[in-house]
Design a protein around this ligand. Structure first.
Ligand code: AVJ
Length: 320
C-alpha cells in the first residue's frame, strides 16, 4: 500500500521561471553563447546525472555520503529531533535517508525542478518511512522560495546537498543564501554540501569521466532543445569540453562546435564559428574558509563543518 505524498503547487504561479525556449533564444544570441545548467534536468538528464554520481572519477557524491554517514548523529543532535527537514534540489533523495534515519523528523519536504523525478523519489520515501509525513513541491530554487504552511514554524532544517550551490556565481550564491536566511525562522538550520578547491587533475577528471557519461549529460541539453523546441540542432556536431578555470575557482562546461555551422531555432538562425563554444555550466569550488565567509555575509553563523580525510568535499551546518 503506497503512502501518500502531499503535493504543493508550483510556488510562484505569477512568476514563471524563464523557459527553455526563451533562455535558449537569449543565450544563443549572446556572445559568448551560453545556456543554463538548470535545463540539464529533464528525465533523461536526471538519469544521466544519477549515472555521473556513480562514476569512479566523480568523487563528490560518495564523499558527501561518507561525511553525512559519519556526522548524521551529531547533525541530529544540533538540529533537535523534532525538526522538519526540507530538501532543496532533492533529485533521487538518497543522501537524505541518512538524515531521516538519524533525525526521525516529523515531516519531510522535497523541492526539485524535475517534476517526474520528484514524484518518484518522494513516493519511495513515503513507502520506506511510513512514520514520515512526506511533502513535495516542484520549484526552481534560483527563484525566491516560499515554505508551505507547517514548514515555516518549528525548527526547520534545510538540506542543500551535492554542491548544487556551485552552479551559482558567488554573488548569486550570496543572494540565494540571504533569501534562505530570510525564509528560515530564528535558529533554523541549513546543512549544505560544498565542493572544495583541489588539484586540477582530480577536478578535471571528475568532469571528463572515461565512460563519457558527463559528455552525454552535457550533450543531452542539445537533445532536449531538439526534442522540445522547433530546432534542427544536431548534438553530433558538438563536443563536450570541461576544464578548471583557476582564476574564477570554477569548473566550466562547454559544448564546442568543431566546424563552422548554422543552427536554426524556430525562425532564427545562429552561426557558430569553427571552435566556438556554448558555455553550459559553471561549478564553483570553495575552501572551507571562503564558504564560511560567504555564508557569513548572508547572515548565517557557522556551527560546524565536516570534511573527508582527503579534504575533497565539505558539509557545513549553518544557523540563522
Ligand atoms: C549538481 C551542480 C553539483 O557541478 O558537479 C556534474 C553538476 N555537472 N557533472 C556539479 C554536474 C557535471 C553538479 N552539480
Amino acid at each position: 500500500m503506497p503512502h501518500t505524498v502531499h503535493f504543493h503547487d508550483e510556488q510562484h504561479p505569477t512568476l514563471p521561471c524563464a523557459s527553455l525556449r526563451q533562455t535558449t533564444l537569449d543565450g544563443f544570441a549572446t556572445d559568448p553563447k551560453w545556456a543554463s545548467p538548470k535545463f540539464f534536468y529533464d528525465r533523461r538528464g536526471s538519469e544521466l546525472f544519477e549515472q555521473i554520481c556513480q562514476q569512479p572519477e566523480y568523487y563528490p557524491t560518495r564523499t558527501e555520503e561518507a561525511i553525512l554517514a559519519s556526522a548524521a548523529h551529531t547533525i541530529a543532535e544540533i538540529a533537535g529531533h523534532q525538526a522538519n527537514l526540507v530538501e532543496l534540489g532533492s533529485g533521487a533523495s538518497r543522501k537524505v535517508r541518512l538524515l531521516l534515519e538519524a533525525m526521525h523528523p516529523a515531516s519531510y519536504l522535497g523541492i526539485d525542478i524535475s517534476q517526474d523525478f520528484l514524484r518518484d523519489s518522494t513516493a519511495r520515501l513515503a513507502d520506506d518511512y511510513p512514520w514520515l509525513d512526506v511533502h513535495a513541491a516542484c520549484a526552481d530554487f534560483s527563484q525566491p522560495l516560499h515554505l508551505p504552511e507547517g514548514f515555516d514554524g518549528a525548527h526547520p532544517l534545510a538540506f542543500f546537498p551535492g554542491s548544487s550551490i556551485g552552479n551559482f556565481t558567488p554573488t548569486e550564491a550570496a543572494a540565494f543564501l540571504s533569501n534562505l536566511h530570510e525564509l528560515l525562522p530564528k535558529h533554523g538550520g541549513l546543512l549544505i554540501g560544498v565542493d572544495l578547491v583541489k588539484d586540477r587533475q582530480v577536478l578535471e577528471a571528475a568532469y571528463n569521466d572515461e565512460a563519457g557519461v558527463t559528455a552525454a549529460f552535457n550533450l543531452n541539453l542539445l537533445e532536449r532543445i531538439r526534442r522540445e523546441l522547433d530546432s534542427d540542432i544536431d548534438p553530433k556536431r558538438f563536443v563536450h569540453h570541461a576544464f578548471f578555470n583557476e582564476r574564477e575557482s570554477r569548473i566550466e562546461m562547454h559544448l564546442i562546435s568543431p566546424q563552422a555551422q548554422q543552427v536554426r531555432i524556430e525562425s532564427q538562425r545562429f552561426s557558430f564559428a569553427a571552435g566556438e563554444s556554448l558555455h553550459t555550466e559553471n561549478s564553483y569550488k570553495y575552501t572551507t574558509a571562503s564558504f564560511c565567509d560567504l555564508a557569513g555575509t548572508a547572515g548565517f553563523r557557522s556551527v560546524a563543518c565536516w570534511t573527508d580525510p582527503q579534504r575533497l568535499f565539505s558539509v557545513h551546518y549553518l544557523e540563522r
